[in-house]
Design a protein around this ligand. Structure first.
Ligand code: G3P
Ligand code: MG
Length: 253
């Protein structure tokens, strides 16, 4: 299947929030685990603390991954750092911290991984989150490496990324199929189409394929489903258990 991948070379399997099935999501341990499993890229979620520090975290609420009450948007970094982001997942991860974006990128580079940075802004901070994230990431990421893929469900965040760092590729994340997806993809100059692989239909994929950009599907933990999506034309899947998917698509080294 010929595709215009340009400089973008995205592996078939991307570790979701690191390797979410095996380690507490969006922690340094999770990134290391993904690397240990032979994954080439990881996806992580980036948001800001109240005082504007870019950290890896998925939810608005602290509760699920730390046991603490309240919102990420309402806590300062210094206090967030006191929280245990590991023991909810397993005793052996006790003491794992919520990492800063900077710490995460250092590990990602150390482990020779590529990365999809998903901008996951707290409501109202769509532009600011992009700005801080790109400030940090452009400072750390070496020019000679393929750049991170920047994605978001918040198209305002992607618009800010287009303004600030047009040469870093953007992935248009969609929760649902949108009838105007093509206009949005063109407006944001999207390099990839990132869709919910659990909901997408083969017809929708046929339409996305016309754009001739890589199609990435989240979050696929069933190896058979991954194979089906790839038969339909999906290029890459995000997975919590990337090792099982790697095995199924016979890419395991
Ligand atoms: O970027 C793919 C996937 O991570 C999007 O959904 O909620 O897991 O961030 P979510
Ligand atoms: Mg995500």
């Amino acid at each position: 299947k010929e595709k215009l991948m340009s400089k973008l070379s995205i592996p078939k399997v991307i570790g979701h929030r690191g390797a979410k099935a095996y380690a507490p999501e969006n922690t340094l341990a999770s990134i290391h685990t993904a690397a240990d499993l032979g994954v080439e890229w990881v996806e992580v979620d980036v948001k800001l603390t109240r005082d504007g520090v870019a950290v890896l975290f998925h939810d608005e609420e602290l509760e699920r991954c730390t046991g603490a009450p309240g919102l990420v948007a309402d806590i300062d970094f210094q206090d967030l750092r006191e929280l245990d982001a590991g023991s909810w997942f397993g005793e052996s991860f006790t003491g794992e911290k919520i990492p800063t974006l900077e710490e995460a990128l250092d590990v990602i580079l150390d482990r020779n991984l590529g990365v999809n940075l998903e901008i996951k802004p707290c409501p109202g901070r769509e532009v600011e989150t992009t700005e801080v994230m790109l400030d940090v990431a452009t400072r750390i990421w070496p020019d000679e490496l393929p750049p991170p893929l920047i994605s978001s469900f918040q198209h305002v965040s992607l618009e800010a990324a287009l303004d600030m760092m047009p040469e870093w590729p953007r992935g248009l994340l969609m929760e649902e199929h949108m009838s105007n997806w093509r206009d949005i993809a063109e407006y944001l100059d999207a390099a990839t189409i990132n869709i919910d692989g659990r909901k997408v239909t083969q017809d929708q994929i046929e339409a996305y394929l016309e754009l001739r950009k890589p199609i990435l599907a989240y979050t696929i933990n069933d190896p058979q489903k991954a194979r089906e999506l790839m038969r339909w034309g999906v290029d890459s899947v995000f997975s919590d258990n990337p090792d099982l998917i790697l095995e199924a698509v016979q890419l395991k080294h």
